[in-house]
Design a binder for this molecule. Structure first.
Ligand SMILES: [Ca+2]
Ligand SMILES: [Ca+2]
Ligand SMILES: [Ca+2]
Ligand SMILES: [Ca+2]
Length: 282
């Protein structure tokens, strides 16, 4: 029988001064020190625990040549049961993330990660379901470091209509969703938020994202509920937000390294919201 793992993260709202706030699951301060590595840095160049959203993008010239336009995905209304079992999503259209947008030093050159996902919404949450096919599961990290293991990573531009441009700002977010190790280490989530000076740091107000995951025959399944509140979004039919849906692959248990990232957006660049694709609420 599949192990069911469910993690619900307590609301961690900053009360008063955010400076130096320590968020759950890490000793990392929520705010990045001035003068740290710009957000566009590669994972290798991003110091662990810096508070910056440590993720990566291939240099532009190495992304998919002549990529098709960034996709627009449509989300209908549906509230799943957050238990890691995707059977309740049977009637919802599926999407894929087939484009390699980052490879790290640990990558052996094999394309051995298959990413299928679904997205829906209601008045309180943005929901995702993932069916990940992956031959070796490796996730030993927690908090803002889960990108170094098998995990999901979302880029969300909450106010695309307001300030769409090639640099990060406070209405741009990164969401990390970890299935854990599918054993003793449970699922977890992390929220990063852009800053006025173009960095991406641990969201000062924390988050209440819920994640559930299970091992599957070929990898793992994961469901997540992301509160609109955490993103500062008032959802309504017709709303368009920026969205890139990515999965990280690590095939070396005992290591913590982002080896491969695949995205639904072939030209996805971490620090450039104009490359992220869109999501329209139906
Ligand atoms: Ca379910
Ligand atoms: Ca793999
Ligand atoms: Ca924005
Ligand atoms: Ca893996």
């Amino acid at each position: 029988m599949a192990v069911l793992a469910l993690a619900v993260f307590a609301r961690q709202r900053a009360a008063g001064d955010d400076t130096g706030l320590v968020l759950p699951g890490t000793d990392t301060p929520a705010t990045a020190a001035p003068g740290e590595t710009p957000a566009e840095a590669t994972a290798e160049g991003t110091p662990a625990g810096s508070g910056l959203a440590a993720t990566a993008t291939l240099p532009g010239e190495m992304l998919t040549p002549s990529p098709p336009p960034a996709p627009n995905v449509v989300a209908g209304r549906f509230a799943p049961i957050l238990d890691g079992d995707l059977s309740d999503w049977a009637s919802i259209a599926t999407n894929t993330s087939p484009y390699t947008v980052f490879t790290g030093d640990g990558w052996d050159g094999s394309d051995d990660l298959d990413v299928t996902w679904q997205v829906t919404w209601d008045d309180v949450y943005l929901y995702f379901a993932f069916n990940i096919i992956d031959e070796v599961h490796s996730q030993s990290q927690t908090g803002n470091q889960v990108f170094r293991g098998d995990s999901i990573e979302l880029q969300i531009d909450a106010n695309r209509a307001g300030d769409l441009g090639p640099s990060l700002s406070a209405d741009d977010f990164q969401v990390s969703l970890s299935p854990g190790d599918l054993g003793g280490l449970g699922p977890s989530a992390w929220l990063f938020q852009g800053t006025a000076d173009g960095n991406m740091v641990d969201a000062p107000a924390g988050h209440t994202i819920t994640v559930a995951a299970r091992p599957s025959a070929g990898g793992y399944t994961l469901e997540a509920a992301i509160p609109w509140y955490d993103l500062g979004i008032a959802p309504a039919p017709g709303l368009v937000i920026g969205l890139a849906v990515n999965a990280n692959d690590n095939d070396h248990p005992g290591t913590a390294a982002q080896e491969l990232m695949k995205s639904n957006v072939p030209g996805r660049r971490f620090g450039d919201p104009t490359t992220w694709g869109t999501l329209t609420l139906q």
